[in-house]
Write a protein that binds this ligand. Structure first.
Ligand code: NDP
Ligand code: OXD
Length: 312
């Protein structure tokens, strides 16, 4: 009997994924019946899902073995109390490569001072602005998971001095790894460019508040690709206005889309990026989804299972 899989995400996603999924199941030699509508909820074994789906109540899916999220960030999954089966978050090589490119671009923008030349076409020949080489620049990454680790390694390859911070102490070649509150203080104090790649959880909400901004290296740049609620918005504006921070590039916000009258849009030291840092790529993500379902069918442990108690 084929494994029965429901695909339920934002309108339009089914059309993007359908052919890729069919091909990936066929490559894996798994007989699968794929549906884009929950005709008989009790029939389904697995659901491929994102929080953008109209499906929010999992109670009728009584035969379900697991839910596979199309998103890496799972704060909405964790908040869904009708989910009673394991949920796997998305770890997709395409998404990771996209984040590495986006973060590297933002770091290089600030490292090289590219804005000086892009924004000031005023007839002044500013030849004296020579940045240090990457080896003389400290970049910190809060969050050393799938995305943070890939970005740390890539920034190292570009020559930067890279530090990272995570909940558990990590060991990464040529990256200085910190954990815990004292580790957070160390990384805030040393980073000239600080990148946020943390999940939103009870422990990380408002992590960057006025006190933590005051501990950051004077004149630092902030890049937030994690979630908007990691930052206290008013405290950020205060730190920018006081000159404690030079610039913040924000890809994620408390409210998305960011309302047109929000102070971030017009702030001269803030770049607003509309949650485009990295996307799950159907071409690569389907292989991850199919491999995980294959593991489950073979009695192996699912990969990337969300810890509902920790929130990520
Ligand atoms: P992972 O779950 O792989 O990694 C999370 C990292 O954060 C881990 O290193 C973890 O520590 C660390 N962490 C979690 N809680 C704490 C804490 N309280 N203190 C210190 N460190 C903590 O996630 P990903 O790398 O896959 O993704 C990170 C986030 O990026 C997502 O949750 C999502 O919000 C965001 N994202 C944004 C996108 C965008 O386009 N802007 C696209 C995709 C994701 P440990 O290793 O010790 O467990
Ligand atoms: C994600 C995101 O979590 O797009 O995958 O932010």
């Amino acid at each position: 009997m084929p494994v029965r899989i429901l695909f339920s995400s934002a309108p339009g996603d089914w059309e993007l994924y359908r052919q890729h999924l069919v091909a990936a199941f066929s490559r894996a030699g798994i007989a699968a019946e794929l549906m884009g509508d929950p005709v008989r909820p009790t029939d389904f074994d697995y659901i491929i899902w994102s929080p953008a789906s109209p499906l929010q109540d999992f109670t009728p899916f009584t035969g379900l073995k697991a839910v596979l999220s199309l998103w890496a960030g799972v704060e909405k999954v964790v908040a869904n109390k009708t989910l009673r089966v394991p949920v796997c978050r998305m770890v997709d090589p395409g998404l990771t490569a996209g984040m590495v490119e986006w973060v590297s671009g933002q770091v290089l923008r600030h490292h090289l001072g590219l804005d000086q030349h892009i924004l000031h076409k005023d007839g002044v020949w500013r030849h004296h602005l020579i940045p240090p080489l990457a080896a003389g620049r400290h970049v910190g990454i809060l969050g050393l998971g799938a995305l943070g680790t890939a970005c740390a390694k890539s920034l190292r390859r570009l020559g930067f001095q890279v530090s990272g911070w995570s909940r558990h102490q990590k060991k990464l070649r040529s990256v200085t790894c910190f954990a815990g509150e004292s580790g957070l203080r160390s990384i805030l104090a040393r980073s000239e460019i600080l990148v946020l790649l943390l999940p939103l959880t009870a422990a990380t909400e408002n992590l960057l508040n006025a006190e933590r901004f005051s501990r950051m290296r004077a004149g630092a740049f902030l890049v937030n690709a994690g979630r908007g609620k990691l930052i206290d918005d008013d405290a950020l504006i205060g730190a920018l206005d006081a000159g404690q921070l030079t610039h913040a590039t924000l890809d994620v916000f408390r409210q998305e889309p960011l309302p047109p009258d929000h102070a971030f849009w017009s702030h001269p030291k803030i770049t607003v990026s509309p949650h485009v840092a990295a996307e799950t790529r159907p071409e690569t993500a389907v292989n991850v989804l199919v491999a995980n379902i294959g593991r489950s069918l073979n009695g192996l442990a699912l990969l990337n299972v969300v810890d509902l108690a920790e929130g990520y």
